[in-house]
Ligand binder design. Structure first.
Ligand code: AP5
Ligand code: MG
Length: 191
C-alpha cells in the first residue's frame, strides 16, 4: 500500500503514521523529518532548507523531489510506504504520480486529517518544535490552505481521497484511519 497523509500542521499525520507502520509494515516517509535530519547534519540541502522552514514556507521542489525520489527507490519501499508531508503542492502530486508510474506503481489512497485551527494551535503550544513559534505556525497553516488544500480536489478527482475527522483521541482517530485503509485495500483488489 502506498498511502499519502494530508493535513495542516499539527493535524496528527506523524502520530497516525507511527501507528500505521505497525499495521502495514511499510516505512514512514516524512519529508519534514528528512529535512530536519539534513538541517541537524548541516548539509548544503539542510542549510538551504532551514531558511524556508524557519519562515514557515515550503522548501523548493529541487530539494524535496530529489530527496523523496531517492528514498522511494530504496528496497524497503518496494511493497509500499506512508507519505507524510509529501506531496504538498499540485506540482509535487503530479511529480509523484510520474515517479511511481515509471515503476508501474501508484498511490493507493489518500487520507485527509481535518482539524480546526484552534485545536491545531492548542496542539502546537503543547509541543514546542523549533518551527512551532506561533507566528511561523500561522504561516504554515496559511501555506497549507493556499498550496496544499487544492490537492484534496486532485485526489477526489482520482477517487482516492478519504476525509477523516481528526478530532478525538489518537486511538479513536486511528480506528477511522484503519477503516479508510480497508477501503483502499478493497479498491486495490478490484482495480
Ligand atoms: P512537517 O514536519 O511535515 O510539518 P507539518 O506539516 O507542519 O506538520 P507537523 O509535523 O507539525 O504535524 P503532524 O500533522 O505531523 O502532527 P503530529 O502527529 O506531529 O513540515 C515542516 C516543514 O518542512 C514545512 O513547514 C516546510 O517548510 C518543510 N516541508 C516538509 N515537507 C515539504 C514538502 N513536501 N515541500 C516543501 N516543504 C516541505 O501531531 C502534532 C502534535 O499534536 C503532537 O504533539 C502530537 O502528540 C499531538 N497530537 C497528535 N494527535 C493528537 C490528538 N488526536 N489529540 C491531541 N493531540 C494530538
Ligand atoms: Mg509531522
Amino acid at each position: 500500500m502506498r498511502i499519502v497523509l494530508i493535513g495542516p500542521p499539527g493535524a496528527g499525520k506523524g502520530t497516525q503514521c507511527q501507528r500505521l507502520v505497525d499495521l502495514l509494515k511499510v516505512p514512514h516517509l516524512s519529508t519534514g523529518e528528512m529535512l530536519r535530519a539534513e538541517v541537524r547534519g548541516r548539509t548544503p540541502a539542510g542549510i538551504e532548507a532551514s531558511s524556508y522552514m524557519d519562515q514557515g514556507q515550503l522548501v523548493p521542489d529541487q530539494i524535496i523531489v530529489g530527496m523523496v525520489s531517492r528514498r522511494l527507490q530504496a528496497p524497503d519501499c518496494r511493497t509500499g510506504c506512508l507519505l507524510d508531508g509529501f506531496p504538498r503542492t499540485l506540482i509535487q502530486a503530479e511529480t509523484l504520480d510520474d515517479l511511481l508510474e515509471r515503476r508501474a506503481m501508484s498511490v493507493d489512497g489518500v487520507i485527509e486529517l481535518a482539524v480546526p485551527r484552534d485545536e491545531l494551535v492548542r496542539r502546537m503550544l503543547a509541543r514546542k518544535r523549533e518551527d512551532d513559534d506561533p507566528e511561523v505556525f500561522s504561516k504554515r497553516i496559511a501555506s497549507f490552505e493556499v498550496q496544499t488544500a487544492p490537492l484534496l480536489d486532485y485526489y477526489t478527482g482520482q477517487g482516492k481521497l478519504a476525509s477523516i475527522d481528526g478530532l478525538g483521541t489518537a486511538d479513536e482517530i486511528f480506528e477511522r484511519v484503519r477503516a479508510a485503509v480497508k477501503r483502499f485495500e478493497r479498491a486495490a483488489w478490484t482495480r
